[in-house]
Ligand binder design. Structure first.
Ligand SMILES: Cc1cc2nc3c(=O)[nH]c(=O)nc-3n(C[C@H](O)[C@H](O)[C@H](O)COP(=O)(O)OP(=O)(O)OC[C@H]3O[C@@H](n4cnc5c(N)ncnc54)[C@H](O)[C@@H]3O)c2cc1C
Length: 414
């Protein structure tokens, strides 16, 4: 059996690198287990509002940046539908390699094992992790950062988990699919859809100009259980582009995206700690998480470093301190509010969604930005949600209070 590490991190994605690096910076002896080399390129692209990174002084980690950031929430084929709603703040795409290097540099000294954690057995003193290689590793605390589908983390069963599904491609086109130099957060225009398709779950376009004639276009559904099928999304994207007279001439990369939006919070009494997707840190309203890792990683590492300094504390006590630091009551309550909001939105038909988002983005910028980035204190978040309710037209209010199914909106696949 290997020696006992202070902390053993499972995973090699953003969450694992973030928490391993923050602990390492605080002098904690950290080891990690990841099936791929930790400097192997990540498969996903990560977007973020630039101000989120500026607040952390990390905006140099951005590779692409747009100031022309818009959405479309108009209805049908009316002229107003083609009028973009201007967001007025910059959006960026991470330079994934730079973000990885940033964390790996701070994690210099962490011992990584190329392996796969198969079984985790937590005792009061220490935790054992049995790996695919046959190796058994031991640590005072194990942090599971192996993503949202980790089998090691206990969480309540609250029914089917809704996923955000998207099909996207980076490519070249017969002509620009969106205005040059632009970022489109949500294009809910749907005049390319048939009457029957209008009754199906709504989807929107998320798109950006990457320069040199290359664009990223992605057909996305908000959150559904089960998620919208990839072939439906792919077909809708093609239909949307064709309606605008745009042909795909070269596919450079395809993205198939499905991740849970309303994963219940983990049981915070378990002797195994989690971080990232496995800790339900994905924002239930926006689906984003990387900004949250960067904001919450240092505080968690600080609390754990302080607890680890007490040699009498074993896995159970250390994990308890960790859960308290990661999910204090304020964040738990905010998360519940977001989950409530998402639950309501999931029942909305296309028309209600358009109205909802148009109303949402008419809020003062700091309010919608704070809501989307989970940076508003609880009382302010509640205030924003009440304000949103007050600004909403009657039909929308009814949907927000009763749930859309109460007033005969088309039901989506369950
Ligand atoms: C396609 C897509 C696009 C997204 N876009 C954004 C975005 O634009 N902005 C944003 O903020 N968020 C985005 N998200 C949400 C979220 O930030 C990502 O899902 C993020 O990758 C989650 O990070 P993670 O480290 O928790 O998990 P993952 O990235 O899933 O990493 C899990 C890691 O654990 C390893 N692993 C798995 N099982 C084991 C095991 N048993 N033992 C050891 N290692 C294991 C995996 O190999 C991997 O290295 C997106 C998600 C997806 C799926």
């Amino acid at each position: 059996m290997a020696r006992c590490a202070d902390v053993l991190v499972l995973g090699g994605g953003p969450a694992a690198l973030c928490i391993a690096s923050e602990l390492n910076q605080r002098g904690v002896a950290v080891e990690g287990i990841a099936p791929e080399p930790v400097d192997a390129p990540w498969p996903n692209t990560y977007g973020i509002w630039v101000d989120e990174l500026k607040a952390l002084d990390l905006d140099h980690l951005i590779e692409h940046r747009w100031s022309d950031t818009v959405s479309y929430f108009g209805s049908g084929g009316s002229e107003a539908a083609d009028q973009p709603l201007v967001h007025g703040i910059d959006y960026g795409l991470f330079d994934r390699a730079a973000l990885q290097r940033y964390w790996l540099k701070r994690a210099d000294g962490v011992l990584w094992h190329k392996d796969f954690a198969e079984r985790v057995e937590a005792g009061a003193e220490h935790t054992l992790v049995s790996c695919a290689s046959g190796e058994v590793r031991k640590a005072r605390l194990v942090i599971d950062a192996s993503g949202a589908s980790s089998p090691h983390i206990r969480r309540p069963d609250q029914g089917p988990v809704a996923g955000q599904a998207a099909y996207g491609l980076v490519g070249r086109f017969s002509e620009a699919p969106i205005s040059s130099g632009r970022f489109v957060l949500m294009d809910y225009r749907s005049n390319h859809l048939s009457e029957k398709q209008h009754l199906e779950p709504p989807t929107f376009l998320y798109a950006m100009d990457l320069g040199d004639g290359v664009f990223f276009v992605e057909e996305t559904s908000l959150a559904l259980a089960p998620g919208v099928a990839y072939d439906v999304l792919q077909q809708r994207l093609k239909q949307r582009l064709e309606h605008r007279g745009v042909q795909i001439t070269e596919v450079l990369h395809e993205e198939f995206c499905l991740f849970p939006m309303n994963l219940p919070l983990p049981d915070r009494n378990q002797p195994l700690l989690a971080f990232g997707g496995s800790a339900s840190m994905v924002h239930p309203a926006s689906g984003y998480m990387v900004g949250s890792l960067l904001r919450r990683g240092p505080g968690l590492a600080e609390a754990l470093a302080a607890a680890l300094a007490d040699p009498s504390l074993g896995s159970v006590d250390l994990a308890r301190r960790g859960w308290q630091a990661l999910w204090p009551m304020e964040l738990v309550l905010r998360h519940q509010l977001y989950q409530f909001g998402l639950g309501r939105l999931m029942g909305f038909n296309e028309q209600l969604l358009r109205r909802h988002f148009a109303t949402f983005f008419s809020l003062p910028r700091e309010d919608w930005f704070g809501f989307l980035t989970n940076t508003l204190p609880l009382p302010r978040l509640m205030g924003v949600m009440l304000r949103l309710f007050a600004l909403s037209p009657w039909e929308l209010r009814q949907g927000l209070v009763l749930g859309a199914s109460q007033h005969k909106a088309p039901r989506f696949r369950q």
